[in-house]
Design a binder for this molecule. Structure first.
Ligand SMILES: [Fe+2]
Ligand SMILES: [Fe+2]
Length: 275
């Protein structure tokens, strides 16, 4: 839960990178709302984690000390506006496939937080899809930009489902506790099967020459992501790990006065009122 909460707030960074450069006022308003949603997701999930007795302060400190992680997907850079489309379509799309089963997981506070989160993620996925659709049906340069973004985000998105089940360290326990209800490989397959027809409507190519329908299995065969790269990013060697943590640390320090003011105000409200 903590890792999930951290992912939501770190995930605000790559997209916030484009808020000031969104192509229209409408796109800016949509992106602002989306990034704000992610802050809200972080809030629900920290609150859900607090039901287990840990404070939010402790969780922040564990993140800043590098003792807890966030999803590696957010260590990739957003190089063009089309990346905002690709993130919505693929990254939020993969998040939905991962998270819908969590709405029925065994821990109530987590499951309840996930219901609202998944509704908002559906909006995120559609706004990304719509950005890509607009670009891919625009000028040749816009279409090329959309394709380039999909080329760069496809494999990192597949890697969001984690290592194969045979190598996944936490899967077995999470499955036994009924937090995770499906294996990494099954969810990854579900995601690929969902994306292929959507890519056809977008008129964009999924960058995998081995991708083809397998009638025997009733799913698409595909090239798995590079798990060695995933592990390198998890260990802190992705393109943006240092930048993301430095920014988070700065934001935490810059926000200290707000936390102090809020705590002082709450303490004052608890004091008895004298006539
Ligand atoms: Fe989210
Ligand atoms: Fe999202």
């Amino acid at each position: 839960m903590a890792q999930h909460a951290h992912s939501e707030i770190i995930g605000m960074q790559p997209e916030a990178n484009w808020i000031t450069r969104a192509p229209t006022l409408k796109r800016k308003a949509i992106l602002l709302a989306k990034v704000q949603d992610e802050a809200g997701h972080g809030l629900y999930l920290y609150a859900a984690a607090e039901t287990l007795g840990v404070t939010r302060q402790t969780l922040y400190e564990l993140l800043l000390a590098g003792k807890q992680k966030y999803s590696s997907i957010f260590n990739y850079p957003t190089l063009s506006w089309a990346d905002i489309g690709a993130i919505g379509w693929l990254v939020d799309g993969a998040a939905i496939v991962n998270q819908v089963p969590l709405c029925r997981c065994s821990y109530g506070p987590y499951a309840r937080a996930m219901i609202r989160i998944c509704k908002e993620e559906s909006f995120h996925q559609r706004q990304g899809y719509e950005i890509l659709y607009t670009l891919s049906h625009g000028t040749p340069a816009q279409k090329a930009m959309a394709q380039d973004a999909v080329d760069r985000w496809w494999y990192p998105s597949l890697a969001m489902f984690g290592p194969p089940d045979t190598e996944s360290t936490h899967s077995e326990r999470s499955m036994a506790w009924k937090i995770k209800r499906f294996g990494n490989d099954e969810l990854r397959q579900r995601f690929v099967d969902m994306c292929v027809p959507q890519a056809a409507v977008l008129d964009l190519t999924i960058p995998d020459p081995a991708l083809r329908w397998n009638a025997d299995r009733g799913g698409y065969d595909f090239t798995p992501p590079d798990y060695a790269e995933l592990m390198a990013v998890v260990r802190g060697n992705g393109p943006c790990n240092r930048q993301r943590m430095a920014h988070r640390r700065q934001a935490y320090e810059d926000g200290a006065w707000v936390r102090e003011a809020a705590a002082a105000y709450a303490a004052k409200r608890r004091e008895p009122v004298h006539a």
